[in-house]
Design a protein. Structure first.
Length: 574
């Protein structure tokens, strides 16, 4: 036990160190900056930081109002209009409570959970193959997938909490039907699904239920299948309160599908190439070196049918199943082979269509494929190096040779990851910047934040968008992140969906400081304070607020604070 614990701690330290290097200079600015690899980094991490900070705040101060988050005021049950990220809360909450710094908590969640996922892959692969070098290959396959640090997880930090997935694949690969394996699976499955109850939950539960049904059909594995089915049922029971919260919001909003900025048409999957592996934001954007290594390992299995140890053989099968399932279940109901439509059975289309009415990025479910591919790369590496050691009769020097090969393969993966070397030009992988892009985060140092914290009543931050775009996610997400430092009700809001009345309120907000718009907002929301960011307004919109600031008071608006181009107004008589 002590040896395994030491290995686990060593793996976490190793991959945390590698992450510091891969994301430098983020580690030097953990409390002040956030990743800035893509445009969504300007709003999606702010949303996740806000929701985790709100959950931390509500659980420790007012659990009875947990469902009523402080956005979209005066709407109710606003926590469930989007992703709740409950699976990431155990990693965010302690740091937030200890420091009060959401940026530090978010960065440690992001880097720490990625390090834990890499360590889990390492430990599963090393435990199965008996080779620490194989574990290193599994972890570096994950870390050199651009989806992790650049394309998606950097914009959605809660997705970093994938450390349960390798153990789910490992335990589900066993067929003995041992009760203790099922008991271990239940918390792992629940915690992994809580990370995201739509995409990640589907990526875990659908393949697991499929595997259970396949095993139930065979008498030799029926007991194992029944136990897996029980695991799925237990997980659904544990997740039921979260789904109930989302369903309540959907029931209260019959037109919810149109109440979103993310209106989209689900594009059909075009086979056989682009959308499967190298589609932008797909978790399967692993390096070519990983895929070549797996291909060599599979060829070795086929050409030399020497019986492998039982744990290795089972993990080969289990990882292959999860890799295939992740791809299969991410396909859209409408498929094309090149330009030819593929007709699916109507019963199958009717079964899966409801799910695709609420998802816009089914490729996220391929995270199961990513985890499985990392394990397959480790298994292939162990297979090839063991065969090499046998033929070369390396004896006691075999571990050193395996370690050297692992480092060489990792170096090749990194070269492809960072510079696009030896990668077909059709994939369009551009070299990454030398330094990891970061940007300053919003903090509570402004004196206006202190004034907000000292006041009470609903707050509106302007602008809510540019010209006709009244739902710009950046403006609303920044207001939400700033609200962590005062927790007053916000008329602003950014989420997967919005309440039905939100567009009308934002239309009024866009007309401010017009007296009729102000009176309507005051009457319907109880608006008390307006924070105006002049630098973000168009010149024509800036002038009326500048004039108000010069006069200090105009009817129902009164300037109570100024910090550079930011103006704070009280609403109502003196």
């Amino acid at each position: 036990m002590r040896g395994w614990l030491a290995s686990a701690i060593g793996a976490v330290v190793l991959y945390a160190t590698l992450l510091v290097w891969l994301t430098w200079p983020l580690a030097a600015h953990l409390g002040t900056h956030l990743p800035d690899t893509r445009d969504p980094c300007r709003y999606d991490p702010l949303y996740m930081g806000w929701v985790l900070a709100y959950e931390t705040h509500a659980l420790t101060t007012a659990p009875g109002r947990f469902l009523d988050a402080n956005i979209f005021h005066p709407a109710e049950r606003t926590l469930f209009y989007g992703d709740t990220g409950f699976g990431a809360l155990p990693y965010f909450m302690p740091v937030m409570l200890a420091t009060g710094n959401p940026t530090l908590a978010l960065n440690l969640l992001f880097l720490g959970c990625i390090a834990l996922t890499a360590a889990s892959l390492h430990l599963v692969a090393a435990r199965t193959t008996g080779s620490a070098a194989a574990g290193f290959v599994a972890a570096t396959t994950f870390l050199t997938t651009r989806w992790v640090l650049w394309d998606f997880v950097a914009t959605a930090p809660s997705y970093a909490t994938l450390q349960y997935f390798p153990w789910i694949v490992f335990l589900s690969a066993r067929r003995e039907g041992r009760a203790r394996d099922a008991l271990r699976l239940v918390p792992l499955v629940v915690l992994q699904c809580l990370t995201d109850v739509v995409y990640l939950a589907a990526a875990v539960l659908v393949p697991l239920a499929t595997l259970a049904i396949v095993r139930i059909l065979r008498s030799a594995t029926r007991r194992s299948g029944m136990q897996l089915l029980a695991v799925v049922a237990a997980a659904l029971v544990a997740l039921a309160p979260v789904y109930a919260g989302h369903l309540a919001v959907r029931g209260a909003n019959p037109g919810l599908a149109s109440q979103t900025i993310w209106r989209f048409t689900l594009l059909p999957t075009t086979l056989p190439w682009e959308p499967i592996w190298f589609r932008f934001q797909s978790p399967t954007t692993v390096t070519i070196a990983s895929l070549v290594l797996i291909a060599i390992g599979v060829a070795s299995l086929v050409l030399e049918r020497r019986r492998q140890r039982e744990p290795v053989r089972l993990l080969w099968r289990g990882a292959a199943f999860w890799a295939s399932a992740g791809l299969l279940f991410s396909l859209t109901p409408m498929l094309y082979w090149e330009k030819t439509p593929l007709r699916l059975p109507p019963s199958l289309v009717s079964l899966v269509s409801p799910f695709y009415r609420v998802v816009r990025s089914p490729e996220r479910m391929r995270v199961a494929t990513l985890i499985a591919v990392c394990l397959l790369a480790a298994l292939a590496f162990a297979r090839c190096t063991r065969r090499l050691a046998d033929r070369a009769r390396l004896g006691g020097s075999a571990p050193l040779v395996r370690g050297a090969f692992a480092v060489g393969i990792a170096a090749l993966m990194y070269a492809q990851y960072s510079r696009g070397l030896l990668v077909p030009s059709v994939l369009g992988l551009k070299p990454l910047p030398r330094a990891y892009p970061i940007a300053p985060a919003i903090d509570g140092s402004s004196p206006l934040v202190a004034l907000l914290a000292a006041g009470s009543g609903p707050v509106l931050e302007l602008p809510v968008g540019k010209r006709r775009d009244l739902f710009a996610p950046v403006s609303h997400a920044r207001a939400m992140y700033r609200s962590i430092h005062h927790w007053r009700p916000l008329l602003n809001g950014y989420d997967s969906y919005w309440p039905a009345e939100f567009p009308d309120r934002m239309a009024l907000a866009g007309r401010l400081p017009a007296a009729d718009a102000l009176a309507a907002l005051r009457a319907t929301t109880g608006l008390e304070t307006i924070l105006v960011h002049l630098a973000d307004l168009d010149p024509s919109e800036r002038a009326p607020w500048g004039e108000l600031a010069e006069r200090h008071e105009d009817g129902s608006l009164r300037l109570i604070g100024r910090d550079g181009d930011d103006l704070l107004f009280a609403v109502g008589p003196r």
